[in-house]
Design a binder for this molecule. Structure first.
Ligand code: PFF
Length: 449
């Protein structure tokens, strides 16, 4: 195994490019698809408040820790942990990250494929329904169609492979430079449309007025898991992106930008979904089908609905794509850094096996729908293991590593390398040493008890 660096590794050409790419990783299906339905299921405004606390108290400090580890070592997770702690089990956290990237992309690519299919279906006017029930039946029959689902899944993976193949600057950075501003413009257009529908304010009220009676321990657990997933933390994606940074970049302000970007997009997405759903007299408690079955019905019944539908699914696909490439990059950079492979070989091989492993997830709603283990499909298991266990565990171990093994002082020295003093160093050290690990530990305890 070699520590090959050089051209295959890559670099960010500008700070803006880095912030957009890291925001692209963070802003994904988690914001556009998951966040609105989780808010809907867990009581609206109260959940949003708990989520925000998790983002800033647990997520933000861990993101800074990941960026710092990456930039210090200029390596992806396995190499980073091995370099800073050559002896001992810490390198395992790096391997866990690679495994997690592999697992998440395997099912994320399936949902990414659905978004591509829905763009095509919106363009061909197939998305036109009289009721959410009809839209739901259409969605159900689509996701159970083996050929179609596998085709779009493959297409989504091919797009990820195509971008990552071109490298960090030439592929990922250039794609995000265009895709992220497009996403923001599309989101603003959608918000304008949703908020001007008659009856929209009912949805805004549900979304923003907190009812504190709704905050239960379970709501806190869900909010924290969502914070990790949404910020792409706990599997070394942000660590990997940080490893392509030159020393002169300011890590603390970049972290704040990425966290704010991700949070605003999620909050704005709620401002699209809830006003639209309430204006059409529908219920927001639809669960995972909210975006694929309730919204198309909403679009069908509103003026300019066909256009809105195309815009919405393009936005969803962009969000999925810029996150998908970061998941793929974690696996690819492991082959490049640790195995000395060149980028093209690493990308084609990783993309291929992740797609193959994802096929059963794609078939989990059709051909393999009845092949359940403990009541859950293949898709559910992979999602559950990666999102609910590996991500929080990885986040907790990263916090413990930086807080207690590598040490906040060493991290602070890296953060302050080329910038002015890190004023929040003491607060950050406290959060990373005590608050983040304890919070995740509580979640696990609560889950098992
Ligand atoms: N943050 C992405 C989302 O919100 O959809 C998902 C994700 C991407 C998780 C990359 C983890 C990751 F490394």
């Amino acid at each position: 195994m070699s520590q090959a660096n050089g051209n295959s590794r890559g670099f960010w050409a500008s700070r803006m490019g880095f912030v957009l790419a890291a925001s692209g990783s963070a802003v994904g299906l988690g914001n556009v698809w998951k966040f609105p339905y989780i808010v809907g299921e867990n009581g609206g405004g109260a959940f949003v408040l708990v989520y925000l606390v998790c983002i800033f108290v647990i997520g933000l400090p861990i993101m800074l820790a990941e960026f710092t580890l990456g930039r210090k070592t200029q390596l992806s997770p396995v190499g980073a942990f091995r370099t800073l702690a050559p002896k001992g089990p810490w390198v395992g956290v790096g391997y866990m990250g690679v495994l997690c990237g592999f697992l998440i992309l395997s099912f994320y690519g399936v949902v990414g494929g659905w978004t591509l299919a829905y763009i095509v279906k919106s363009l061909t006017q197939a998305i036109n329904f009289a009721s959410p029930k009809e839209a739901g039946a259409f969605f159900g029959s689509f996701i159970s169609n083996t050929g179609e689902v596998t085709f779009y899944h493959a297409l989504f993976m091919a797009l990820c492979v195509g971008i990552v193949y071109k490298g960090v600057h030439g592929g990922i950075e250039k794609a995000c430079d265009v895709l992220m501003p497009t996403l923001v413009i599309f989101l603003l257009l959608l918000m304008g449309r949703a908020l001007t529908l008659p009856g929209a304010m009912e949805g805004v009220r549900f979304y923003l007025l907190p009812d504190f009676g709704k905050i239960t321990p379970n709501v806190v657990l869900i909010a924290m898991g969502q914070a990790f997933f949404s910020l792409s933390l706990g599997m070394g994606a942000m660590l990997t992106y940080g490893s392509y940074l030159p020393e002169k970049e300011n890590l603390t302000s970049s972290t704040v930008y990425v966290v704010l970007f991700d949070t605003f997009i999620a909050l704005m997405m709620g401002m699209v979904v809830f006003p639209a759903v309430f204006a059409m007299g529908l219920e927001p408690m639809e669960g995972p089908g909210l975006v694929f079955s309730v919204l198309p019905a909403v679009f069908s019944s509103m003026p300019l609905g066909g256009l809105v539908s195309v815009i919405f699914f393009v936005l969803l696909a962009i969000a999925a794509l810029t996150s998908g490439i970061s998941l793929l990059e974690v696996v690819v950079s492991w082959f490049i850094d640790q195995w000395g492979w060149n980028r093209s070989k690493a990308v084609l091989f990783s993309g291929g096996i992740i797609f193959a492993f994802g096929v059963p997830s794609g078939l989990s709603f059709g051909l393999l729908a009845d092949a359940k283990l403990m009541g859950m499909t293949f898709f559910d298991h992979v999602d559950n293991i990666a999102s609910n266990y590996l991500l929080p565990l990885g986040g907790m171990l990263t916090a413990i590593f930086v807080g207690w093994v590598w040490g906040p002082k060493a991290a602070q020295a890296e953060i302050e390398k080329h910038e002015t003093e890190f004023h929040w160093a003491a607060v950050w050290a406290f959060l990373i040493r005590y608050v983040s690990p304890a919070a995740v530990a509580c979640v696990f305890l609560a889950k098992f008890i």
